[in-house]
Design a protein around this ligand. Structure first.
Ligand code: GLC
Length: 589
Protein backbone atom coordinates (compact mmCIF):
# COMPACT_ATOMS: atom_id res chain seq x y z
CA UNK A 1 0.00 0.00 0.00
CA UNK A 2 2.77 2.37 1.02
CA UNK A 3 4.51 1.60 -2.26
CA UNK A 4 1.38 2.26 -4.34
CA UNK A 5 0.86 5.58 -2.57
CA UNK A 6 4.48 6.52 -3.07
CA UNK A 7 4.24 5.71 -6.79
CA UNK A 8 1.04 7.75 -7.12
CA UNK A 9 2.79 10.69 -5.52
CA UNK A 10 5.77 10.31 -7.80
CA UNK A 11 3.48 10.13 -10.82
CA UNK A 12 1.81 13.35 -9.72
CA UNK A 13 5.20 15.03 -9.53
CA UNK A 14 6.40 13.74 -12.83
CA UNK A 15 3.35 14.41 -15.02
CA UNK A 16 1.68 17.79 -14.92
CA UNK A 17 -2.09 18.21 -14.88
CA UNK A 18 -4.09 19.52 -17.91
CA UNK A 19 -3.45 23.16 -18.70
CA UNK A 20 -5.72 25.78 -17.12
CA UNK A 21 -5.81 29.45 -18.20
CA UNK A 22 -3.41 30.52 -15.46
CA UNK A 23 -1.16 27.59 -16.20
CA UNK A 24 -1.08 28.72 -19.82
CA UNK A 25 0.05 32.18 -18.68
CA UNK A 26 2.68 30.58 -16.49
CA UNK A 27 3.91 28.45 -19.34
CA UNK A 28 4.99 31.55 -21.24
CA UNK A 29 7.61 31.91 -18.54
CA UNK A 30 8.80 28.39 -19.29
CA UNK A 31 9.75 29.44 -22.80
CA UNK A 32 13.39 30.40 -22.83
CA UNK A 33 12.70 32.94 -25.58
CA UNK A 34 10.65 35.00 -23.16
CA UNK A 35 13.47 35.38 -20.68
CA UNK A 36 15.85 38.31 -20.38
CA UNK A 37 19.55 37.93 -21.16
CA UNK A 38 20.57 37.86 -17.51
CA UNK A 39 18.12 35.06 -16.73
CA UNK A 40 19.76 32.84 -19.33
CA UNK A 41 23.38 33.45 -18.51
CA UNK A 42 25.92 32.65 -15.81
CA UNK A 43 27.27 35.51 -13.69
CA UNK A 44 30.86 35.19 -12.51
CA UNK A 45 31.94 37.06 -9.41
CA UNK A 46 35.49 38.36 -9.69
CA UNK A 47 37.31 39.54 -6.59
CA UNK A 48 39.86 41.73 -8.35
CA UNK A 49 42.42 41.70 -5.53
CA UNK A 50 42.88 37.96 -6.01
CA UNK A 51 42.12 37.32 -9.67
CA UNK A 52 45.28 38.02 -11.67
CA UNK A 53 48.11 40.48 -11.09
CA UNK A 54 49.63 41.79 -14.33
CA UNK A 55 52.14 44.23 -12.78
CA UNK A 56 53.82 42.14 -10.08
CA UNK A 57 52.70 44.16 -7.05
CA UNK A 58 50.96 41.15 -5.51
CA UNK A 59 47.46 42.56 -6.05
CA UNK A 60 45.17 41.56 -8.88
CA UNK A 61 44.07 44.22 -11.35
CA UNK A 62 41.59 45.12 -14.08
CA UNK A 63 43.96 44.13 -16.88
CA UNK A 64 44.20 40.73 -15.21
CA UNK A 65 40.48 40.28 -15.67
CA UNK A 66 40.65 41.47 -19.28
CA UNK A 67 43.42 38.92 -19.89
CA UNK A 68 41.14 36.09 -18.80
CA UNK A 69 37.98 37.02 -20.70
CA UNK A 70 38.36 34.10 -23.09
CA UNK A 71 38.64 31.72 -20.14
CA UNK A 72 35.41 33.16 -18.73
CA UNK A 73 33.61 33.10 -22.06
CA UNK A 74 34.36 29.40 -22.33
CA UNK A 75 32.60 28.87 -19.01
CA UNK A 76 29.43 30.40 -20.45
CA UNK A 77 29.77 33.59 -18.43
CA UNK A 78 27.57 36.46 -19.67
CA UNK A 79 28.27 38.94 -16.87
CA UNK A 80 31.11 39.61 -14.47
CA UNK A 81 30.24 41.11 -11.11
CA UNK A 82 33.29 43.06 -9.98
CA UNK A 83 33.56 43.66 -6.26
CA UNK A 84 34.35 47.37 -5.64
CA UNK A 85 37.12 48.80 -7.79
CA UNK A 86 36.69 52.43 -6.72
CA UNK A 87 39.29 54.45 -4.82
CA UNK A 88 39.39 53.23 -1.26
CA UNK A 89 41.76 53.06 1.70
CA UNK A 90 41.01 49.29 1.54
CA UNK A 91 40.12 48.83 5.19
CA UNK A 92 37.43 46.40 4.00
CA UNK A 93 38.99 45.59 0.64
CA UNK A 94 37.10 48.20 -1.33
CA UNK A 95 33.79 48.14 0.56
CA UNK A 96 34.93 51.44 2.04
CA UNK A 97 34.58 53.72 -0.98
CA UNK A 98 36.33 57.08 -1.09
CA UNK A 99 35.23 58.10 -4.61
CA UNK A 100 32.61 56.17 -6.54
CA UNK A 101 33.61 57.61 -9.89
CA UNK A 102 37.36 56.96 -9.77
CA UNK A 103 39.29 53.72 -10.20
CA UNK A 104 41.47 52.48 -7.37
CA UNK A 105 45.06 52.94 -8.68
CA UNK A 106 45.89 49.50 -7.23
CA UNK A 107 43.59 48.06 -9.90
CA UNK A 108 44.53 50.32 -12.81
CA UNK A 109 43.06 53.35 -14.53
CA UNK A 110 39.76 54.48 -15.99
CA UNK A 111 41.21 53.59 -19.41
CA UNK A 112 41.80 50.03 -18.20
CA UNK A 113 38.21 49.92 -16.98
CA UNK A 114 36.82 51.20 -20.26
CA UNK A 115 38.98 48.68 -22.09
CA UNK A 116 37.64 45.87 -19.88
CA UNK A 117 34.05 46.92 -20.60
CA UNK A 118 34.79 47.07 -24.34
CA UNK A 119 36.67 43.76 -24.54
CA UNK A 120 34.04 42.02 -22.44
CA UNK A 121 31.29 43.40 -24.67
CA UNK A 122 33.03 41.93 -27.71
CA UNK A 123 32.63 38.52 -26.11
CA UNK A 124 29.01 39.05 -25.10
CA UNK A 125 29.95 39.68 -21.47
CA UNK A 126 28.59 42.58 -19.41
CA UNK A 127 30.45 44.14 -16.48
CA UNK A 128 28.36 44.52 -13.33
CA UNK A 129 29.36 47.02 -10.66
CA UNK A 130 29.15 46.63 -6.91
CA UNK A 131 27.26 49.64 -5.52
CA UNK A 132 28.11 50.20 -1.89
CA UNK A 133 25.26 52.49 -0.93
CA UNK A 134 24.75 52.00 2.79
CA UNK A 135 28.04 53.61 3.71
CA UNK A 136 31.17 55.24 2.35
CA UNK A 137 34.75 55.34 3.58
CA UNK A 138 35.64 57.93 6.19
CA UNK A 139 38.01 59.14 3.46
CA UNK A 140 35.10 60.17 1.23
CA UNK A 141 35.02 63.91 0.59
CA UNK A 142 31.36 63.79 1.64
CA UNK A 143 32.27 62.46 5.07
CA UNK A 144 35.29 64.71 5.49
CA UNK A 145 33.06 67.75 5.00
CA UNK A 146 30.22 66.34 7.04
CA UNK A 147 32.42 65.57 10.01
CA UNK A 148 34.35 68.81 10.02
CA UNK A 149 31.54 71.31 9.79
CA UNK A 150 27.95 71.13 11.05
CA UNK A 151 27.05 73.94 8.65
CA UNK A 152 28.56 72.30 5.59
CA UNK A 153 26.27 71.33 2.72
CA UNK A 154 27.13 67.71 3.59
CA UNK A 155 26.18 68.13 7.24
CA UNK A 156 23.27 65.70 7.21
CA UNK A 157 24.63 63.27 4.62
CA UNK A 158 25.50 60.89 7.47
CA UNK A 159 23.74 59.90 10.67
CA UNK A 160 24.87 62.13 13.50
CA UNK A 161 23.57 62.12 17.07
CA UNK A 162 24.55 63.90 20.28
CA UNK A 163 26.07 61.87 23.08
CA UNK A 164 23.73 60.46 25.69
CA UNK A 165 23.51 62.61 28.87
CA UNK A 166 26.31 60.50 30.41
CA UNK A 167 28.50 61.20 27.39
CA UNK A 168 28.16 57.66 26.07
CA UNK A 169 26.85 56.37 22.74
CA UNK A 170 23.30 57.42 21.75
CA UNK A 171 22.06 53.83 22.03
CA UNK A 172 23.24 50.25 22.60
CA UNK A 173 23.47 49.08 19.00
CA UNK A 174 26.50 46.97 18.10
CA UNK A 175 28.05 46.98 14.62
CA UNK A 176 28.27 43.91 12.41
CA UNK A 177 32.06 43.98 12.59
CA UNK A 178 32.14 44.20 16.40
CA UNK A 179 31.98 46.95 19.03
CA UNK A 180 29.52 49.82 19.24
CA UNK A 181 27.81 50.99 16.04
CA UNK A 182 28.62 54.58 17.06
CA UNK A 183 31.95 56.40 16.90
CA UNK A 184 32.70 59.79 18.39
CA UNK A 185 33.94 62.55 16.10
CA UNK A 186 36.21 64.95 17.93
CA UNK A 187 35.84 67.52 15.18
CA UNK A 188 32.08 67.51 15.10
CA UNK A 189 31.55 66.69 18.80
CA UNK A 190 28.88 64.14 17.89
CA UNK A 191 28.58 60.40 17.31
CA UNK A 192 28.08 58.95 13.83
CA UNK A 193 26.47 55.61 13.05
CA UNK A 194 28.21 52.78 11.22
CA UNK A 195 26.57 49.42 10.52
CA UNK A 196 30.00 47.96 9.77
CA UNK A 197 33.47 49.24 10.82
CA UNK A 198 34.06 52.72 12.29
CA UNK A 199 35.77 53.71 9.04
CA UNK A 200 32.51 52.94 7.14
CA UNK A 201 30.08 55.70 8.18
CA UNK A 202 26.44 55.11 7.15
CA UNK A 203 24.90 57.46 4.64
CA UNK A 204 21.66 59.19 5.56
CA UNK A 205 19.15 57.93 3.00
CA UNK A 206 16.45 60.20 4.45
CA UNK A 207 18.28 63.05 2.72
CA UNK A 208 17.10 63.36 -0.92
CA UNK A 209 20.48 64.82 -1.89
CA UNK A 210 22.20 61.63 -0.74
CA UNK A 211 19.80 59.52 -2.76
CA UNK A 212 20.32 61.68 -5.83
CA UNK A 213 24.10 61.41 -5.44
CA UNK A 214 23.81 57.61 -5.43
CA UNK A 215 21.59 57.58 -8.51
CA UNK A 216 24.07 59.88 -10.25
CA UNK A 217 26.88 57.44 -9.46
CA UNK A 218 24.88 54.54 -10.88
CA UNK A 219 24.08 56.50 -14.03
CA UNK A 220 27.73 57.51 -14.40
CA UNK A 221 28.59 53.81 -14.70
CA UNK A 222 25.63 53.03 -16.93
CA UNK A 223 26.88 55.71 -19.31
CA UNK A 224 30.14 53.78 -19.45
CA UNK A 225 28.22 50.72 -20.63
CA UNK A 226 27.98 48.48 -17.57
CA UNK A 227 25.25 45.84 -17.52
CA UNK A 228 23.91 46.20 -14.01
CA UNK A 229 24.57 46.42 -10.31
CA UNK A 230 25.00 44.29 -7.25
CA UNK A 231 23.76 46.49 -4.42
CA UNK A 232 25.74 45.96 -1.26
CA UNK A 233 24.24 45.59 2.24
CA UNK A 234 21.01 47.16 1.05
CA UNK A 235 18.62 46.13 3.88
CA UNK A 236 20.38 48.54 6.20
CA UNK A 237 19.85 51.80 4.31
CA UNK A 238 16.64 52.69 6.17
CA UNK A 239 16.84 53.19 9.93
CA UNK A 240 13.84 53.16 12.24
CA UNK A 241 12.73 56.64 13.35
CA UNK A 242 13.11 56.02 17.07
CA UNK A 243 16.74 54.86 17.41
CA UNK A 244 15.61 53.09 20.59
CA UNK A 245 17.82 50.66 22.52
CA UNK A 246 17.55 47.04 21.42
CA UNK A 247 17.87 43.69 23.18
CA UNK A 248 21.46 43.00 24.18
CA UNK A 249 23.17 39.87 22.94
CA UNK A 250 25.22 38.36 25.79
CA UNK A 251 28.10 37.28 23.56
CA UNK A 252 28.86 40.83 22.40
CA UNK A 253 27.30 43.10 25.03
CA UNK A 254 25.46 45.05 22.32
CA UNK A 255 22.10 44.92 20.57
CA UNK A 256 23.04 43.63 17.08
CA UNK A 257 22.34 46.41 14.60
CA UNK A 258 21.06 43.82 12.15
CA UNK A 259 18.10 43.14 14.47
CA UNK A 260 17.35 46.84 14.81
CA UNK A 261 17.66 48.15 11.27
CA UNK A 262 17.54 45.37 8.66
CA UNK A 263 14.56 45.70 6.34
CA UNK A 264 12.93 48.60 8.21
CA UNK A 265 9.43 49.43 6.91
CA UNK A 266 9.64 52.19 4.33
CA UNK A 267 12.83 50.85 2.75
CA UNK A 268 10.97 49.76 -0.37
CA UNK A 269 9.91 53.37 -1.08
CA UNK A 270 13.57 54.31 -1.47
CA UNK A 271 14.24 51.30 -3.60
CA UNK A 272 11.28 51.99 -5.91
CA UNK A 273 12.80 55.42 -6.40
CA UNK A 274 16.19 53.79 -7.10
CA UNK A 275 14.56 51.58 -9.71
CA UNK A 276 12.82 54.54 -11.33
CA UNK A 277 15.95 56.69 -11.44
CA UNK A 278 18.49 54.02 -12.37
CA UNK A 279 16.95 51.02 -14.08
CA UNK A 280 13.68 52.01 -15.72
CA UNK A 281 13.79 51.50 -19.49
CA UNK A 282 17.29 49.97 -19.52
CA UNK A 283 18.30 46.45 -20.39
CA UNK A 284 20.33 45.85 -17.25
CA UNK A 285 19.86 43.82 -14.09
CA UNK A 286 20.05 44.55 -10.39
CA UNK A 287 20.76 42.11 -7.61
CA UNK A 288 20.52 43.25 -4.02
CA UNK A 289 22.49 41.76 -1.16
CA UNK A 290 19.52 41.40 1.15
CA UNK A 291 20.36 39.49 4.29
CA UNK A 292 17.29 39.78 6.50
CA UNK A 293 14.65 39.58 3.81
CA UNK A 294 12.67 36.42 4.47
CA UNK A 295 11.72 34.05 1.66
CA UNK A 296 8.04 35.00 1.97
CA UNK A 297 8.92 38.68 1.44
CA UNK A 298 10.76 37.94 -1.78
CA UNK A 299 7.81 38.91 -3.95
CA UNK A 300 7.96 42.50 -2.63
CA UNK A 301 11.62 42.74 -3.55
CA UNK A 302 11.85 40.96 -6.89
CA UNK A 303 9.53 40.36 -9.77
CA UNK A 304 7.19 42.59 -11.73
CA UNK A 305 6.31 44.99 -8.91
CA UNK A 306 9.48 44.49 -6.93
CA UNK A 307 12.47 46.77 -6.62
CA UNK A 308 15.28 44.56 -7.91
CA UNK A 309 15.54 41.79 -10.47
CA UNK A 310 17.03 39.42 -7.92
CA UNK A 311 18.18 39.43 -4.34
CA UNK A 312 20.69 37.33 -2.50
CA UNK A 313 19.16 36.06 0.68
CA UNK A 314 21.18 33.87 2.95
CA UNK A 315 18.95 31.27 4.55
CA UNK A 316 20.68 28.40 2.76
CA UNK A 317 24.27 29.48 3.49
CA UNK A 318 23.36 30.18 7.11
CA UNK A 319 21.89 26.74 7.91
CA UNK A 320 25.02 26.03 9.94
CA UNK A 321 24.65 28.98 12.32
CA UNK A 322 22.80 28.58 15.61
CA UNK A 323 22.56 32.27 16.42
CA UNK A 324 22.88 34.83 13.64
CA UNK A 325 26.29 34.96 12.02
CA UNK A 326 28.33 34.35 15.16
CA UNK A 327 31.03 32.03 13.92
CA UNK A 328 31.61 30.15 17.15
CA UNK A 329 27.92 29.34 17.48
CA UNK A 330 27.28 26.70 14.86
CA UNK A 331 25.08 23.61 14.77
CA UNK A 332 25.04 20.32 12.96
CA UNK A 333 22.67 20.63 10.02
CA UNK A 334 20.84 18.14 7.87
CA UNK A 335 20.52 18.06 4.11
CA UNK A 336 16.76 18.51 4.48
CA UNK A 337 17.37 21.92 6.10
CA UNK A 338 19.43 23.04 3.13
CA UNK A 339 16.79 21.66 0.77
CA UNK A 340 13.99 23.44 2.63
CA UNK A 341 15.81 26.78 2.48
CA UNK A 342 16.39 26.40 -1.25
CA UNK A 343 12.87 25.08 -1.91
CA UNK A 344 11.40 28.12 -0.12
CA UNK A 345 13.27 30.54 -2.39
CA UNK A 346 12.37 28.51 -5.45
CA UNK A 347 8.69 28.46 -4.43
CA UNK A 348 8.57 32.16 -3.63
CA UNK A 349 9.94 33.16 -7.01
CA UNK A 350 8.13 30.46 -8.99
CA UNK A 351 5.46 32.59 -10.61
CA UNK A 352 6.84 36.10 -10.19
CA UNK A 353 10.45 36.98 -9.78
CA UNK A 354 13.80 35.43 -10.31
CA UNK A 355 16.45 34.06 -8.06
CA UNK A 356 20.27 34.19 -8.00
CA UNK A 357 21.68 30.76 -7.21
CA UNK A 358 24.90 30.85 -5.21
CA UNK A 359 26.95 28.72 -2.86
CA UNK A 360 30.02 30.91 -2.68
CA UNK A 361 30.98 34.54 -2.70
CA UNK A 362 33.78 36.67 -1.25
CA UNK A 363 32.13 36.58 2.21
CA UNK A 364 31.62 32.83 2.44
CA UNK A 365 34.03 29.95 3.01
CA UNK A 366 34.58 27.59 0.07
CA UNK A 367 31.52 25.48 -0.73
CA UNK A 368 33.37 22.15 -0.74
CA UNK A 369 34.16 22.76 2.93
CA UNK A 370 30.88 24.44 3.77
CA UNK A 371 28.36 21.99 2.34
CA UNK A 372 30.11 18.61 2.26
CA UNK A 373 30.93 16.27 5.10
CA UNK A 374 34.37 16.46 6.71
CA UNK A 375 36.78 14.33 4.66
CA UNK A 376 34.57 14.29 1.54
CA UNK A 377 36.09 13.74 -1.89
CA UNK A 378 36.30 17.41 -2.86
CA UNK A 379 36.51 16.78 -6.62
CA UNK A 380 33.33 14.72 -6.72
CA UNK A 381 31.78 16.99 -4.09
CA UNK A 382 32.55 20.12 -6.12
CA UNK A 383 30.92 18.47 -9.11
CA UNK A 384 27.81 17.68 -7.04
CA UNK A 385 27.57 21.31 -5.94
CA UNK A 386 28.22 22.48 -9.50
CA UNK A 387 25.29 20.41 -10.75
CA UNK A 388 23.06 22.09 -8.19
CA UNK A 389 24.35 25.56 -8.99
CA UNK A 390 23.83 25.15 -12.71
CA UNK A 391 20.45 23.38 -12.74
CA UNK A 392 18.31 25.02 -10.06
CA UNK A 393 15.86 27.62 -11.41
CA UNK A 394 17.57 31.02 -11.41
CA UNK A 395 20.76 32.66 -12.56
CA UNK A 396 23.90 30.83 -11.37
CA UNK A 397 26.42 33.11 -9.67
CA UNK A 398 29.77 31.38 -9.90
CA UNK A 399 32.50 32.71 -7.63
CA UNK A 400 36.11 32.75 -8.82
CA UNK A 401 37.84 29.47 -8.10
CA UNK A 402 34.59 27.61 -7.46
CA UNK A 403 34.92 26.27 -11.01
CA UNK A 404 38.24 24.73 -9.92
CA UNK A 405 36.98 23.27 -6.67
CA UNK A 406 39.22 25.59 -4.62
CA UNK A 407 39.03 24.90 -0.90
CA UNK A 408 39.56 26.51 2.52
CA UNK A 409 42.94 27.38 4.02
CA UNK A 410 44.47 25.72 7.06
CA UNK A 411 46.47 28.63 8.47
CA UNK A 412 47.31 28.32 12.16
CA UNK A 413 48.21 31.90 13.08
CA UNK A 414 45.65 34.70 13.21
CA UNK A 415 48.35 36.91 11.67
CA UNK A 416 47.96 35.03 8.40
CA UNK A 417 44.38 36.27 8.07
CA UNK A 418 43.72 39.66 6.52
CA UNK A 419 39.94 40.04 6.80
CA UNK A 420 38.82 42.41 9.56
CA UNK A 421 35.70 40.41 10.40
CA UNK A 422 37.91 37.33 10.92
CA UNK A 423 39.97 39.27 13.44
CA UNK A 424 36.80 40.40 15.21
CA UNK A 425 35.28 36.93 15.25
CA UNK A 426 38.56 35.44 16.50
CA UNK A 427 38.55 37.87 19.42
CA UNK A 428 34.89 37.10 20.09
CA UNK A 429 35.63 33.37 20.10
CA UNK A 430 38.53 33.93 22.55
CA UNK A 431 36.34 36.14 24.76
CA UNK A 432 33.77 33.36 24.82
CA UNK A 433 36.16 30.77 26.15
CA UNK A 434 37.58 29.14 23.02
CA UNK A 435 41.34 29.00 23.37
CA UNK A 436 43.61 29.84 20.40
CA UNK A 437 43.46 26.26 19.06
CA UNK A 438 39.68 26.23 19.10
CA UNK A 439 39.30 29.77 17.81
CA UNK A 440 41.70 29.27 14.89
CA UNK A 441 39.82 26.12 13.83
CA UNK A 442 36.66 28.21 13.75
CA UNK A 443 38.43 30.78 11.55
CA UNK A 444 39.68 28.04 9.22
CA UNK A 445 36.06 27.01 8.77
CA UNK A 446 34.32 30.35 8.46
CA UNK A 447 36.83 33.06 7.57
CA UNK A 448 36.04 35.17 4.53
CA UNK A 449 39.71 34.84 3.58
CA UNK A 450 39.01 31.23 2.60
CA UNK A 451 37.40 32.60 -0.54
CA UNK A 452 39.88 35.42 -1.00
CA UNK A 453 43.13 33.54 -1.54
CA UNK A 454 44.60 34.15 -5.02
CA UNK A 455 43.21 32.33 -8.03
CA UNK A 456 45.16 29.21 -8.85
CA UNK A 457 46.06 29.50 -12.50
CA UNK A 458 48.96 27.04 -12.89
CA UNK A 459 51.85 25.29 -11.14
CA UNK A 460 54.26 28.24 -11.34
CA UNK A 461 55.31 30.14 -8.21
CA UNK A 462 52.30 31.73 -6.48
CA UNK A 463 50.03 29.63 -8.70
CA UNK A 464 50.70 32.02 -11.59
CA UNK A 465 48.69 34.73 -9.82
CA UNK A 466 51.60 37.17 -9.42
CA UNK A 467 55.32 37.41 -10.02
CA UNK A 468 55.55 39.33 -6.73
CA UNK A 469 54.49 38.59 -3.18
CA UNK A 470 50.74 38.02 -3.06
CA UNK A 471 48.73 40.23 -0.70
CA UNK A 472 47.23 37.05 0.81
CA UNK A 473 48.93 33.65 0.78
CA UNK A 474 48.14 31.21 -2.02
CA UNK A 475 46.42 28.00 -0.90
CA UNK A 476 49.01 25.19 -0.58
CA UNK A 477 47.03 22.85 -2.80
CA UNK A 478 47.65 24.82 -6.02
CA UNK A 479 49.94 22.17 -7.55
CA UNK A 480 46.88 19.96 -7.86
CA UNK A 481 44.04 22.44 -8.02
CA UNK A 482 44.74 24.93 -10.81
CA UNK A 483 43.13 26.06 -14.05
CA UNK A 484 45.90 24.88 -16.40
CA UNK A 485 46.07 21.34 -15.03
CA UNK A 486 42.31 21.08 -14.85
CA UNK A 487 41.81 22.28 -18.42
CA UNK A 488 43.94 19.34 -19.55
CA UNK A 489 42.09 16.78 -17.41
CA UNK A 490 38.65 15.63 -18.61
CA UNK A 491 37.82 14.41 -15.10
CA UNK A 492 38.54 17.75 -13.41
CA UNK A 493 36.11 20.16 -11.79
CA UNK A 494 36.85 22.75 -14.48
CA UNK A 495 36.04 20.28 -17.26
CA UNK A 496 32.84 19.41 -15.39
CA UNK A 497 31.83 23.10 -15.46
CA UNK A 498 32.40 23.13 -19.22
CA UNK A 499 30.10 20.13 -19.46
CA UNK A 500 27.51 21.84 -17.27
CA UNK A 501 27.62 24.89 -19.51
CA UNK A 502 27.07 22.68 -22.57
CA UNK A 503 24.24 20.89 -20.74
CA UNK A 504 22.41 24.18 -20.04
CA UNK A 505 22.94 25.36 -23.59
CA UNK A 506 21.53 22.20 -25.12
CA UNK A 507 18.61 21.88 -22.68
CA UNK A 508 16.66 25.14 -22.30
CA UNK A 509 14.37 23.38 -19.80
CA UNK A 510 17.21 23.78 -17.31
CA UNK A 511 16.99 27.54 -17.75
CA UNK A 512 13.29 28.23 -18.17
CA UNK A 513 11.55 25.14 -16.82
CA UNK A 514 9.70 25.19 -13.52
CA UNK A 515 11.13 23.53 -10.41
CA UNK A 516 9.44 20.63 -8.63
CA UNK A 517 11.11 19.08 -5.64
CA UNK A 518 11.41 15.29 -5.34
CA UNK A 519 12.31 13.13 -2.33
CA UNK A 520 11.92 16.14 -0.01
CA UNK A 521 12.50 14.07 3.16
CA UNK A 522 15.55 12.24 1.87
CA UNK A 523 18.67 13.10 3.92
CA UNK A 524 21.12 11.87 1.29
CA UNK A 525 19.77 12.95 -2.08
CA UNK A 526 18.93 16.39 -3.45
CA UNK A 527 16.41 15.68 -6.21
CA UNK A 528 14.12 17.75 -8.39
CA UNK A 529 12.67 18.10 -11.84
CA UNK A 530 12.67 21.06 -14.21
CA UNK A 531 9.71 21.06 -16.59
CA UNK A 532 8.57 22.92 -19.66
CA UNK A 533 5.84 22.12 -22.20
CA UNK A 534 7.57 19.12 -23.69
CA UNK A 535 10.52 18.19 -21.61
CA UNK A 536 11.35 17.16 -18.14
CA UNK A 537 14.86 17.19 -16.69
CA UNK A 538 15.42 15.10 -13.58
CA UNK A 539 18.36 16.03 -11.38
CA UNK A 540 19.60 13.69 -8.64
CA UNK A 541 22.57 14.52 -6.44
CA UNK A 542 24.05 12.34 -3.73
CA UNK A 543 25.33 14.48 -0.86
CA UNK A 544 26.97 11.59 0.99
CA UNK A 545 30.08 9.45 0.71
CA UNK A 546 27.93 6.28 0.49
CA UNK A 547 26.18 4.59 -2.38
CA UNK A 548 22.48 5.35 -2.01
CA UNK A 549 19.24 4.23 -3.69
CA UNK A 550 16.19 6.06 -4.97
CA UNK A 551 12.99 4.82 -6.67
CA UNK A 552 13.89 3.72 -10.18
CA UNK A 553 10.50 4.93 -11.44
CA UNK A 554 11.82 8.48 -11.28
CA UNK A 555 13.93 7.83 -14.35
CA UNK A 556 11.86 5.24 -16.21
CA UNK A 557 11.99 6.02 -19.94
CA UNK A 558 14.46 8.80 -19.24
CA UNK A 559 17.69 9.36 -21.10
CA UNK A 560 20.88 10.13 -19.21
CA UNK A 561 22.26 13.54 -20.20
CA UNK A 562 25.18 13.88 -17.82
CA UNK A 563 26.69 12.07 -14.87
CA UNK A 564 29.71 12.75 -12.72
CA UNK A 565 30.48 9.00 -12.57
CA UNK A 566 30.94 6.39 -15.29
CA UNK A 567 28.46 3.55 -15.57
CA UNK A 568 25.50 5.32 -13.96
CA UNK A 569 22.66 2.99 -13.00
CA UNK A 570 18.95 3.75 -12.60
CA UNK A 571 17.95 3.82 -8.94
CA UNK A 572 21.51 4.14 -7.55
CA UNK A 573 23.94 6.94 -6.90
CA UNK A 574 27.60 6.42 -6.03
CA UNK A 575 29.28 8.75 -3.47
CA UNK A 576 28.61 12.39 -4.46
CA UNK A 577 27.34 11.28 -7.86
CA UNK A 578 25.38 13.98 -9.67
CA UNK A 579 23.18 13.05 -12.62
CA UNK A 580 20.81 14.76 -14.98
CA UNK A 581 18.25 12.71 -16.92
CA UNK A 582 15.64 13.87 -19.38
CA UNK A 583 12.37 12.63 -20.80
CA UNK A 584 9.74 13.82 -23.20
CA UNK A 585 6.47 14.77 -21.52
CA UNK A 586 4.65 16.30 -24.51
CA UNK A 587 2.04 13.49 -24.54
CA UNK A 588 0.07 15.19 -21.76
CA UNK A 589 -1.20 17.96 -24.11
C1 GLC B 1 28.81 43.30 2.17
C2 GLC B 1 30.05 42.83 1.45
C3 GLC B 1 31.13 42.59 2.44
C4 GLC B 1 31.42 43.89 3.15
C5 GLC B 1 30.16 44.47 3.77
C6 GLC B 1 30.35 45.89 4.16
O1 GLC B 1 28.29 42.34 3.02
O2 GLC B 1 29.75 41.70 0.68
O3 GLC B 1 32.28 42.08 1.85
O4 GLC B 1 32.37 43.68 4.15
O5 GLC B 1 29.08 44.50 2.84
O6 GLC B 1 30.37 46.72 3.03
Amino acid sequence: MKKILRNMLLAACLFSLPLSASAAAKDEAKDVNNLKWWQKTVVYEAYPNSFLDTVGNGIGDLNGITAKLDYLQKLGVGAIWLTPIYTSPMGDNGYDVADYCAINPLYGTMDDMENLIKEADKRGIKIVMDLVVNHTSEESQWFKESSSDKDSEFSDWYIWRDAAPDGKEPNNWGSIFGGSAWTWSEKRQQYYLHTFAPFQPDLNWENPKVRKAIYDVANFWLDKGVGGFRIDAVPYIKKPASFANGTIDKATGFAPIHNETANTPGILDYLHEFKQEVEEGKDIFTVGEANGVAADQLHQWVGKNGVFDMIFEFSHVNVKFADGEVWHKTKAWKLTELKQAIAASQANTASDGWYPIFFENHDQPRSVNNFLHEGADTVQGAKALGMLLMTLRGTPFLYQGEELGMSNVSWTSIKDFNDLSTHNQYKLALDNGHGHEGAIKIMQKHSRDNARTPMQWNTEAQAGFTTGKPWLAVNDNYMLVNAEAEAADPGSVLSWYHKLHALRKANPVLIAGDYQELLADNEAIFAYTRNDENTQAIVLINFTGDTVSYPKELVTDAKLLLSSCDGTKRGKLRPYEAVCWTKNISRRS
